[in-house]
Structure formats: structure tokens, C-alpha cells
Design a protein around this ligand. Structure first.
Ligand code: ADP
Ligand code: MG
Ligand code: ZN
Length: 628
């Protein structure tokens, strides 16, 4: 909750308390103690007794006063008068008049108690009780993670609990069937499922089960989904909280949330406690110069709780992160997140499985080929693939159809990879020509080189991502290793666009920026990570920091070496560039022919490309030609 809102609610609360106190004073206190006492002189008292207008008399020994109540016309009024010292026959007079009299104090004592209770007890009750209620109310209305209000520096007012957002889902409704591929991860998690179902069986044999499992992998690979599936398979409650929710403004509150979370989990055990993005709390404690007290306290609390909970009951903590390298080693030691489960990007079979799983949710033309979609999306995560299916369905609706067609799928792959088609951007004829030569340049270099995936589609329709043209390649089949030759071929293909510009226009454009960046990155990885340069041989020259996020290495070399690396990287890219230029020179006629064709058609398929390209072409390696 932001500062302003918080201040407003505190003011509101203070006004409420003041109003309650005023109300108590105005309505309750007078009714209790001040029965409108009227002070009269002694002679009036004597006269009233003699006239029979006095009902009861009380002698207040402490103050030496007489309190009396009236009768008849004066009934209902209480009078007070001072005792007259010389009057000795007052008792006779009172007896004669038939007045009840007493020297005891009327129950002043108990009314005093009542008064105190009313004056202080009630408001205090309101302050505490009301504060608690108000707090809950506020928190409910402002989202659960709003911090509870504190008064006077967290003294009396820190009511209620930490407000950790732990809505336990009693049934997640997700099972392993909803997770396609990821068979290794599922196998590792199956043991946890069986433990949660029958903790006694494991206890009987004396086996200790992991208290925690850590799912590591790139974003969108289904880590959250898998955790839910474990809870769903075992039919246990699922407590889910994100690491960032622990990190609070006030020191100590994150730790309180952790305590709360485990307390609740303990009550509901067996259950799953899922901490998403655990790296937010679990960062290495000594990292960097700046310390973060709050985060460290939270982490320490988490470590303590993980040591402390009673594992016989069957609580399993599952964490998920895409930055395992930054985690504090204490989190990873046995007894905590000792089991590490990699959730990798799906391979060809996995992608196909994910596509067909999500395809179940939408209406499709019969006999759609999901295989080709899976093959054209290497590197896509499960979330990307789910998105592709959804984009295709949206496109079908836009086109006024009620089933998804192959074309929808094809197009949505490009939307997800390259962005929406940008029909409003009209390229001038000159630009169209440039882009056509550039794209055909890529395609020809790819087609000529052995081992390069065949071109599937070439287009010069601009995309919202900024790409003016696009050459899409499809892997024939999955491969997990890249040879040095393949890497060099890839760099040459990336250089193909720029090389075509140079050969034909004797000038260069800004359109090759992305190609150059990727080519350079690949060359740099070859040198620093894969040991693929003759100069340095198989020596790691850097360490990979963020394997799952961007996979770039930080150099761990002397300054002089860094300079030499730059030189070697430059040499690799330049030699591939020369290869591309050579290939395009040798195929210059085809380059012209295809570029003109593309300029007119704007989009051509891989088959069209191959047909034109392999027509009377002796230079083509035998296996790339697909017609005779
Ligand atoms: P992560 O937590 O790893 O970032 P999520 O579990 O949130 O990823 O996945 C996001 C979405 O992507 C899921 O809701 C699901 O629709 C889809 N998805 C990801 N991986 C898979 C998979 N293996 N099978 C089916 N759907 C998947
Ligand atoms: Mg997630
Ligand atoms: Zn390009």
C-alpha cells in the first residue's frame, strides 16, 4: 500500500478512536455517577426531613457530608449538604420522620470501578480490538500483502499476523498429464508424490526424504506448473508464495511471513510449500558490498524453518528459480534444497508433445501437421509454444473462421518469433530491393553449405519487431551438439545478408545489425566457452553467469589475453564473411534471379526457393536438391 493511503487510514483510525472516547464520556459516564446532585444548606435539609420530603439519607463519613434523596414533589433528586457539627438529635428527627438512613457509603466503590472500566477499559478495548479488525479490513481491501499498520514504532499496534499471502489451494487440479515432455523432471518428482501420499511407509524403513527440491531452468519451461502437478498428484494442499513477497520494506516482516507460512503448513501437513523465484530471497549473503538486512533475516528464517519442521508429517518445500548460480550455498546443503531438478527447454519430441497438449484446448482443422511447427521452433519454451497455439486461435477468429488452420499456426510461429506483420509500413521499391537481396543472401549461403537446415520461408513483409525481412529455417532433426564446422557455417549464413548488400550495391545498410551481433556472439562463445579456436585451444576463458537467462560468459583472463580474444573473434567472423562473399559471387546469377522473384512475390516458400535455386545448378551439393 502506498504511503498516502497508509497515512489516510491511520488518520481515519485515530478519528474513530477519539469519537468512541467522546461517545463513552457523553453517554455512559454521566449516567453512572452524576445523578444530578443538588447542594443545599443544612436548614433546608432539616426542613425537608420535618416536612416528610426525604426518602433516604446516607452519611458519608469520609467527606462529612450527607447525601439524601427526595420524596413526593422532590422525588428523583439527590441532594447533598454538609454535616452540621452541633446537631445531636438528627437521629431522633430522622427516626421520627420515618426516613431510612445509613452511614455506609453507597456503592460508590462499584460505580467507581464501573466508571474506570468505562473510561479506560472500553476505549482500550476499542484501540486494540478495533485496531485488529480495522487492520484486517484494510488488508482485505488493499490486497493481502499490505503491511499491517503499526503505531508508535511497532509497539502496541502490531496486531494480527504477517499477512503472508498463503492461500493454500486444497486441490490444484493440475496433474502430471498437464505437463508435456519433461520426463526426467517428472520422474524425480514422482518420488516426492509417493512420499506425500504415504509418509509412514518411508518412515517405517527409516528413509529420510528430501525436505526440499529445487526446480531450475529457463523461464517458461513449466516449473510452476510442475510444482502444482506434484500437489495435484498427491492430493495435498498447495501453499504458493513468490520470493519477492518476502522482501518487505520493514526489517523483520519478511522473517515473520516465513514463520507464518511454515506454521500454517505444519497445520495442514502433508502439503507442498512452493516458493517461486526463490533467488529473490535466497541470494548469496556475501555477494557484493551492499548488504540487505531484511533479505538476510528472511533467508536466515527460511533456513531455520527448513531445519526445524517435522518431516514425518510430510511437508515438502519446492523452490523454483532460473538463477541457481546466485543462490546461497546454505540453501543447497543436504536437508534443505538438496535435490536439484533441471527443467530444460523442450527438445523436438517435447515441443511436439506440448503443442498437441495445448492444441486439445482449441478447435483445429483435422490433420494439421504439428510436427513442422515443432521443427521450426528450436529453443522455444513451453510457454512460447502455448502462446503460439493461442495466437493461432486468435488469428482464426480474426479471419472469421471457427477452426485453426495450418496457415494460422505457421503465421503465429512468426508472430511469436518475429512479431506481428506490419502492413502499414510501406517499403519503397529501393528498400524492398535491398531487403530482398539481403534475405536471399542468407538463404543462398544456407542452402549451399552442407549441414545447414533448409530454408522454409523467406519474406520481405516488415514485422513489428523491426525486422524488415525474415528467413526462416527448419531443423531437419533435433541435434544437441554443434560441431565447429556447423558453428562456422552458421556465422557464414548470418554474414550472408550483409555480403549480398556489399556485392550488389557496393554499400552497406543498418539492416544487418542484428545479424552481426549474433555472429559475433557465436564466435565469442566458440573462443571463450567451447574451446574451438586454434589460438587458445580447449581453455575456458570465462565463466557463465546466467546459464538460463542469457548464457553470456564473463571473461576471467588477463588484460593482454582479452585483447587477443578480441582479435581471434574478429578473425573468425571475418573469415566467415569472406566465405559468404565467395559463395554469393559464385552464385551471383541465382542471387539476382531469386531476389527479383522475392521482390515481386514478397513471400516465398522454401520449396519455391529450392526449385529456382537448383534449376541448372551444378554447384549445389547433391543432398540439398529436392527435385531432379
Ligand atoms: P515457469 O514457472 O518455468 O516460468 P510456468 O510453469 O509458469 O513456467 O509455465 C507457463 C505456461 O507455459 C504454463 O502455464 C503452461 O501453459 C505452459 N507450459 C510450460 N511448460 C509446459 C509443459 N511442459 N507442458 C505443458 N505446458 C507447458
Ligand atoms: Mg514460474
Ligand atoms: Zn539479415
Amino acid at each position: 500500500m502506498d504511503e498516502k493511503k497508509k497515512r489516510q487510514s491511520i488518520i481515519l483510525y485515530v478519528i474513530l478512536v477519539i469519537a468512541i472516547i467522546v461517545a463513552v464520556r457523553a453517554f455512559i459516564y454521566p449516567a453512572v455517577s452524576t445523578n444530578q446532585v443538588q447542594t443545599v444548606d443544612y436548614s433546608t435539609f432539616i426542613d425537608m426531613v420535618d416536612d416528610g420530603e426525604v426518602d433516604q439519607v446516607q452519611y458519608d463519613t469520609e467527606n462529612s457530608t450527607i447525601l439524601f434523596t427526595g420524596k413526593g414533589s422532590a422525588s428523583g433528586t439527590t441532594y447533598e449538604t454538609n454535616v452540621f457539627p452541633g446537631d445531636t438529635d438528627l437521629v431522633d428527627r430522622l427516626t421520627k420522620a420515618g426516613v431510612t438512613f445509613t452511614a455506609e457509603l453507597p456503592d460508590q466503590g462499584s460505580s467507581m470501578l464501573l466508571y474506570l472500566l468505562m473510561m479506560w477499559g472500553l476505549p482500550l478495548l476499542f484501540i486494540f480490538g478495533g485496531g485488529y479488525l480495522l487492520n484486517r479490513q484494510l488488508r482485505k481491501s488493499m490486497g493481502d500483502d499490505a503491511p499491517s499498520m503499526t503505531f508508535g514504532g511497532g509497539g502496541i499496534g502490531n496486531f494480527g499476523k504477517s499477512g503472508a499471502k498463503v492461500v493454500a489451494q486444497s486441490e490444484t487440479g493440475v496433474t502430471f498429464k498437464d505437463v508435456a515432455g519433461e520426463d526426467e523432471a517428472k520422474a524425480s518428482l514422482a518420488e516426492i508424490v509417493s512420499f506425500l501420499e504415504k509418509p509412514q511407509r518411508y518412515e517405517a524403513i527409516g528413509a529420510k526424504l528430501p525436505r526440499g527440491a529445487l526446480l531450475v531452468g529457463p523461464p517458461g519451461t513449466g516449473k510452476t506448473l510442475l510444482a502444482k502437478a506434484v500437489a495435484g498428484e498427491a492430493h495435498v494442499p498447495f501453499f504458493s508464495i513468490s520470493g519477492s513477497e518476502f522482501v518487505e520494506m520493514f526489517v523483520g516482516r519478511g522473517a515473520a511471513k516465513v514463520r507464518d507460512l511454515f506454521k500454517q503448513a505444519n497445520e495442514k501437513a502433508p502439503c507442498i510449500v512452493f516458493i517461486d523465484e526463490i533467488d529473490t530471497v535466497g541470494k548469496r549473503r556475501d555477494a557484493g558490498l551492499t548488504t540487505n538486512d531484511e533479505r538476510e533475516q528472511t533467508l536466515n528464517q527460511l533456513l531455520t524453518e527448513m531445519d526445524g519442521f517435522d518431516n514425518h508429517k510430510g511437508i515438502v518445500v519446492i523452490g523454483a528459480t532460473n538463477r541457481p548460480d546466485t543462490l546461497d550455498p546454505a540453501l543447497l546443503r543436504p536437508g534443505r534444497f538438496d535435490r536439484r531438478i533441471p527443467v530444460e527447454l523442450p527438445d523436438l519430441a517435447g515441443r511436439k508433445a506440448i503443442l498437441s497438449l495445448h492444441a486439445h484446448d482449441v478447435k483445429m482443422d483435422p490433420g494439421l501437421d504439428l510436427d513442422v511447427i515443432a521443427r521450426s521452433t528450436p529453443g522455444a519454451s513451453g510457454a512460447d509454444l502455448a502462446n503460439i497455439i493461442n495466437e493461432a486461435a486468435l488469428r482464426a477468429v480474426r479471419m472469421g473462421r471457427n477452426r485453426v488452420s495450418q496457415e494460422d499456426l505457421q503465421e503465429s510461429v512468426e508472430v511469436v518469433i518475429a512479431g506481428e506483420q506490419r502492413k502499414s509500413t510501406v517499403l519503397s521499391e529501393k528498400e524492398k530491393k535491398l531487403v530482398a537481396y539481403h534475405e536471399i543472401g542468407h538463404a543462398i549461403v544456407a542452402a549451399i553449405q552442407r549441414g545447414e537446415a533448409p530454408v522454409q520461408k523467406i519474406t520481405i513483409v516488415p514485422r513489428t519487431s523491426g525486422a524488415l525481412g525474415y528467413t526462416m529455417q527448419v531443423e531437419e532433426d533435433e541435434h544437441f551438439l554443434t560441431t565447429k564446422t556447423e558453428a562456422l557455417n552458421q556465422i557464414a549464413v548470418l554474414c550472408g545478408g550483409r555480403s549480398a548488400e556489399e556485392i550488389i550495391f557496393h554499400d552497406v545498410t543498418t539492416g544487418a545489425a542484428n545479424d552481426i551481433e549474433r555472429a559475433t556472439q557465436l564466435a565469442r562463445n566458440m573462443v571463450t566457452q567451447y574451446g574451438m579456436s586454434d589460438e587458445f585451444g580447449p581453455v575456458a576463458l570465462g565463466t557463465v553467469q546466467n546459464r538460463y537467462l542469457n548464457n553470456t560468459a564473463t571473461l576471467t583472463v588477463a588484460d593482454g589475453t582479452a585483447e587477443r580474444i578480441d582479435q581471434v573473434v574478429h578473425d573468425i567472423v571475418e573469415s566467415c564473411h569472406q566465405t559468404a562473399i565467395r559463395i554469393l559471387r559464385e552464385n551471383q546469377f541465382k542471387l539476382h534471379e531469386l531476389a527479383r522473384y522475392l521482390q515481386v512475390k514478397e513471400t516465398i516458400t522454401g520449396d519455391e526457393f529450392m526449385r529456382i535455386f537448383s534449376r541448372d545448378n551444378d554447384l549445389l551439393p547433391a543432398h540439398t536438391g529436392n527435385d531432379g
